[in-house]
Design a protein around this ligand. Structure first.
Ligand code: TPP
Length: 291
């Protein structure tokens, strides 16, 4: 058990005071601590947005990339160094909108990464436009007369594609979320968690609105029951069953079979001499600006 303070960073926090992102950050630190994963064994990867600032505030290796592109970066990092626990943490706009294609194909490929979506049903950093999970009819700063489409059903989509771990958490329940994150991070293969994160500045609903609709999944739910898991997922956006919806023994993990050889030759595993030889070869291949 590693104490939560171990993951503290010096970065000045940019979130609104009282933002439920703080709850997610605490749950993530507690889950990492409970799993005995020290900062140097973890890589947090994100895109752009308020949620995507999480890696600034949790001590670990960090890759903060382009909006929507956290998943491909994380897959590359995991393949290059499978000894790291690689976790993507970004918003619903970033992962379901701009990065939706990457998420869809990650469901199919099953890379050994964890994907945490801070789902506030809005684009918050850019001040309140509708996102893929905004409910039909809701007015936003961009959709003045209401959103005209139904929200994306990403949990059901994940289950349909046999993503081996699919869960929903609630940022307002830190102990419950910690338990879900612990299971997700420990899972081998793709673990996908949508976390309800009410946006207290730009969102359409107060925290209590979410609290009333965030209902625990019954204890007797069989996580291997795919049809039931899809039904539970599709209760959104009226009710949000909280807990693990679907879990199965992992399918073959992306890269496990055909990339093993490359992993053996990953740069981080080479000796200093081997690395120097490769780097000087790369240097010689570089085209100078004059040529
Ligand atoms: C390709 C691209 N499109 C749009 C933007 C502008 N942009 C930056 S953050 C953001 C919204 C982020 O929303 P979300 O991912 O839901 O995270 P939140 O801020 O709500 O936590 C947008 C549209 C960008 N940086 N790059």
């Amino acid at each position: 058990m590693i104490p939560t303070e171990t993951y503290r960073t010096q970065a000045e926090n940019q979130w609104c005071p009282g933002c439920p992102n703080f709850g997610i950050q605490t749950a993530l630190k507690r889950a990492l601590g409970a799993l005995d994963l020290p900062p140097h064994r973890v890589c947090l990867v994100s895109g752009i947005g308020q949620a995507a600032k999480t890696p600034h505030y949790v001590a670990a290796h960090v890759f903060n990339g382009l909006h929507g592109r956290g998943i491909p970066a994380a897959i590359g990092i995991q393949l290059a160094n499978p000894e790291l626990k690689t976790i993507v943490t970004s918003g619903d706009g970033c992962i379901y909108g701009e990065g939706g294609n990457h998420l869809l194909h990650a469901f199919r490929r099953n890379p050994d990464i964890t994907v945490l979506v801070h789902d506030n049903q809005i684009y918050a950093l850019t001040k309140g436009q509708g996102s893929p999970t905004t409910r039909r009819g809701e007015k936003t700063r961009m959709q003045f007369d209401g959103v005209k489409t139904d929200p994306a059903q990403m949990l059901a989509t994940a289950i349909v594609h046999e993503c081996p771990f699919v869960a929903r958490g609630f940022a307002g329940d830190i102990p419950g979320l910690t338990a879900i994150l612990q299971r997700a991070i420990a899972h081998r293969g793709l673990a996908f968690v949508d976390i309800l994160q009410p946006c207290i500045t730009w969102g359409n609903h107060p925290v209590d609105w979410y609290r009333e609709r965030a209902v625990p999944i019954p204890d007797d739910h069989d996580v291997s029951d795919r049809s039931r898991a899809i039904d539970l997922a599709l209760e959104a956006p009226d009710r949000f069953p909280i807990g693990v919806l679907y879990e199965r023994e992992s399918r073959p993990v992306f890269g496990e079979d055909h990339l093993i050889e490359r992993q053996e030759k990953a740069l981080f595993k080479l000796t200093t001499i081997e690395r120097t030889v490769i780097e000087s070869r790369v240097e010689r291949m570089r085209i100078s600006p004059a040529s």
